[in-house]
Design a protein around this ligand. Structure first.
Ligand code: NAP
Length: 317
């Protein structure tokens, strides 16, 4: 039986991956922090350990020979110290804990922040990185650490850069209905998206058929502007389309939140990392996951994906 070890198993993407792999007949273990999310997963036969990736001693004796390991711990909106702790220190700690255990693969899941403001051209796995945020720089340092481990110790690391992850359970329609979701700067920039179930398919394919040292973009086939995506969703769900906050105002808010969160060490609702990600122009290609990994996407564009969101909203109603 194929075995998975998922860091961040209690999160949105991690728990979807766990469910997908269980359905495919894998044995699944993982670590997370939330006791309640852990008990939901345990009812599916998944083993969950509560541990902190920032504490090396809590990761001891986790790995087993032939495990496929998925790292889905990260923060796009947290305090910068936290972003570094989970996005870099956690990766270093996980690699140290697993280095001599004979794992089959280690799949690091990150964002498109490494591409900075993005590009007017289609982004592929060969596009040079040009981070313009702390998240982007931290992501590349974590990647470099694993590339060194691959070179020195044959640590089987592969790198997944995922577009915006969407799907059931995000309560996006609720957020639109309650006017909690806003565009930044009009939302004309292109974004690449991936349905959470398709992300799970891509991650399993990277683990089983991907090559160590390679980057894979986890995105669907059709980049779409932020504004067009949310207008389409709002229209079909009969809720108001989101308003837009001008970029200058968003930047002023970030400066204000940044000061408060520095003083309180608390969470800022909008930070520089998130701002850069949602205002970047990311039209990414799905060609490599399709041709090299032979992935078939269930939701190749937002049109099929939005249908699943609306079905979920009906279920929740
Ligand atoms: N959201 C997106 O659109 C997007 C796009 C591209 C890439 N990504 C990346 O994909 C990954 C997963 O995203 P997501 O949306 O599923 O995130 P998420 O729902 O916030 O899940 C994060 C997971 O990490 C766990 N975690 C956080 N801090 C931890 C710590 N110190 N020690 C151990 N576990 C810890 C969380 O545990 P608890 O929930 O139990 O606290 C949760 O299981 C992240 O790296 C994210 O940056 C996200």
């Amino acid at each position: 039986m194929r075995q998975a070890l998922i860091f961040g198993i209690t999160g949105y993407a991690g728990s979807a991956l766990a469910r997908h792999l269980v359905q495919q007949g894998w044995g699944v273990r993982g670590i997370g922090r939330s006791e309640s999310a852990a008990s939901d997963l345990e009812s599916l036969g998944v083993e969950v350990e509560i541990a902190d990736v920032g504490e090396p001693e809590e990761l001891e004796s986790l790995g087993r020979p032939d495990d496929h390991v998925f790292y889905l711990v990260g923060s796009i909106s947290g305090h910068p110290d936290w972003t570094e702790r989970v996005g870099l220190d956690g990766v270093v700690n996980a690699e140290a804990a697993l280095a001599d255990t004979g794992i089959a693969s280690f799949v690091l899941v990150q964002t498109l922040a490494v591409y900075g403001r993005g590009s007017d051209e289609t982004i592929t796995e060969d596009t040079p990185t040009q981070p313009n945020s702390q998240l982007g720089r931290i992501s590349l340092r974590a990647e470099q650490h694993l590339r060194d481990a691959l070179r020195k110790r044959e640590f089987p690391a592969r790198f997944v850069r995922a577009g915006t992850i969407y799907g059931p359970g995000r309560r996006t329609v609720d957020a639109l209905r309650n006017k909690r979701l806003r565009m930044l700067g009009g939302g004309e920039n292109l974004s690449s998206r991936i349905h959470v179930d398709d992300l799970a398919t891509v991650l399993a394919a990277v683990a089983e058929r991907g090559r160590s040292g390679e980057v894979y973009l986890a995105v669907d086939d059709q980049p779409i502007s932020m504004a067009a995506y949310f207008d389409y969703l709002a229209d079909l769900a009969h809720v108001p389309a989101p308003g837009s906050t001008p970029k200058w105002l968003a930047r002023a808010m970030i400066a204000g939140f940044g000061l408060t969160s520095k003083l309180t060490k608390g969470h800022a609702p909008l930070g520089h990392n998130l701002y850069m990600l949602v205002t970047g122009n990311y039209a990414c290609s799905s060609r490599k996951i399709r041709s090299e990994l032979e992935v078939e996407l269930t939701y190749p564009t937002y049109v099929e994906g939005v249908e699943s969101l609306l079905a979920d909203e009906d279920e929740d109603a």
